[in-house]
Design a protein around this ligand. Structure first.
Ligand SMILES: O=C[C@H](O)COP(=O)(O)O
Length: 220
């Protein structure tokens, strides 16, 4: 099984340039990755370049800290859709999660989902910040609010995806929503382990390296 269809080819570095995004899009079309995951400012460029390629255009909202005004997240979502985004990766309000204020978390997700009625909203829980029991409550909350996918991490927080968290999110999603493992995934063995644990997407800045490792293994 070619893993490319599970991979979000990601470039979210703060100093990402137009040229780097063009190259990322070329690679995504060539490998047929599931999506590119890019900064909001490059959505129109990527949408134009990837038109008709089958590659989704994912961008981020409230990224990476999650603490902007909820109305800002809604506005970011609307603008991203106008520009051609076909998937939204949003960060939950992490302070609200720390306070166990699950209703605030759910309300923000519901507001973004409402602003993006025909587009999957992938909700980033930044799982490294929280104990498993809290992650479980957060995952249940955001699913109820309409999340299409549970995503572990931004890649900019205190830790990335772990096997334990991927398993936990897959258990909560129970086949009714996707699970995106992201943050610190650099090699094919890790990627493969997460897919087997129930991840349906892998968000990574190292997709080409992962594909090379997969190819060298399968064609040995
Ligand atoms: O949203 C996806 C992450 O930013 C990817 O994290 P990474 O740069 O550690 O691969």
């Amino acid at each position: 099984m070619n893993p490319a269809c599970h991979i979000d080819h990601t470039l979210l570095k703060p100093d990402a340039t137009h040229d780097q995004i063009r190259t990322l899009c070329e690679q995504a079309a060539e490998y047929q990755f599931a999506a590119v995951c890019i900064p909001p400012v490059y959505v129109a460029l990527a949408a134009e370049q990837l038109y008709g390629s089958g590659v989704e255009i994912a961008t981020v909202v409230g990224f990476p800290l999650g603490y902007c005004d909820p109305r800002t997240k809604v506005f970011e979502t609307r603008v991203a859709l106008e520009r051609g985004a076909t998937e939204i990766d949003m960060v939950i309000p992490l302070g609200a999660a720390r306070e166990n204020d699950f209703s605030r978390v759910g309300d923000e997700v519901a507001a973004v989902v409402e602003a993006a009625p025909n587009v999957p909203v992938k909700v980033i829980l930044e799982t490294a910040l929280f104990a498993p029991q809290i992650v479980k409550c957060l995952a249940e909350t955001v699913l109820e609010a309409g999340a299409a996918m549970l995503k572990t991490s931004t890649g900019f927080g205190p830790g990335g995806a772990t096997l334990e968290m991927v398993r936990l999110l897959a258990q909560v999603a129970d086949g009714h929503a996707g699970v995106k493992a992201a943050g610190g995934i650099r090699d094919w063995p890790t990627c493969s382990q997460y897919l087997r644990a129930g991840a349906t997407r892998i968000g990574t800045s190292n997709a080409l390296q992962i594909m090379a490792q997969w190819q060298s293994g399968t064609h040995r």
